[in-house]
Design a protein around this ligand. Sequence first.
Ligand SMILES: *Cc1c(COP(=O)(O)O)cnc(C)c1O
Length: 412
Amino acid sequence: MKNYSKEVDSLNKPAILGGTKAKTKPFVQWPQWDESEEEALINALRSGKWSRRNSTNLNEKGASSYIELLEEDIKKRFDVEYALAVASGTAALDVAVRAAGIQPGDEVIVPAYSYIASATCVLHAGAKPVFVDILEDTWNLNVNLITESITSKTKAIIVVHIAGQPSNMTELMKIAKAKGLIVIEDAAQAIGAMWGNSYVGTIGDIGCFSLESTKNVTAGEGGIVTTNNVELYKKLYSLHMAGRPFGGEWYQHESLGWNYRLSEFQAAIAYVQLQRMESLNKIREENAIFLREQLKDFVGIKITGIEESVTRQAYHLFTFRFLPEEWGSFTRKRFILAMNAEGIPCYEGYKNPIYGTELFANQGYLSYKQLCPIAEKICSSSVWIPQNVLLGDKTDQKEVVYAFEKICKSFR
Ligand SMILES: *Cc1c(COP(=O)(O)O)cnc(C)c1O
């Protein structure tokens, strides 16, 4: 193991055994805001326009609300034709699956390791998620396993850029094209990440983002859907607008839709937060690179790898595996408690692959356990450090490394 700092020579006792904490000052809080958010909120309030009415015209120039400002900004920033603000990331996935025409009897490929909404959107449409295992190195969908999971009923693939790390979109798009499948990107954790020259969420047919309070761009709650296809955009719009046709009347309802609109107050905050995205993602990435370098030779943990063509990571989480075989009787649970005692926030993450949650297990999905050994392995050994840790300064990162060092040296 590498020696990180002087202190290591006289390594302090782990905090969990009564030693001094590795962390000397609190981490940066999340969410972050200043007067710009306050000003935007007041502007939204005083405008008297608190929600979107059915006024959008594709040819209309100039934004007249924060919702439209937000959508225009997303379009420009990510170089995508259409963007639609919605109530949540879950709502984004819901309208995406419906707009893609997924119906009862259809099958949709979903990675086994993700947040439950990546799969409940399929159930909600009456269709069947088909879970595919992930890669041990990156925790993203193993695209090599997709083809064997495709049947005559398969209509779409939902790909998740887990923890902010883009999935292999080049290979995935090849398969989707060859098989005539729609691709929905769940980029809830990866806003601002890039695969090659493209932002995630703009490579497949539809992209979904979350603005929930832990996410890297947040309005407390909220979501965004992106697409380059005008027909899909009109469907997405209608679905989030109680089934009103795009450009139709307020009491004209054409299809089964919901009220999945974002409010002006949320849009005001999201718009200002979006202006911070690049600079904050850059800090996260720089600090993550530092941590990777410092921790790479530590025995007992394995930092999550990065796919080849990733040009920008969004680091919603800094993830690694606790390798139980290296720790004797010392468990992941104790490791996390020891880290927490040092003042480093971290936790296990998803307890089960999606099929192992009660909702899916009770519907017979547990049979996927045999097909997804890697997702099982990751769930039983994963550790997540939240993104606000990566927003700190160098001292913060050095203290994180020091905490690892104390624990690895004392308990392994
Ligand atoms: C957060 C998240 C969602 C859902 O977003 P909400 O805004 O919480 O509804 C979907 N998929 C993934 C991978 C997420 O992390």
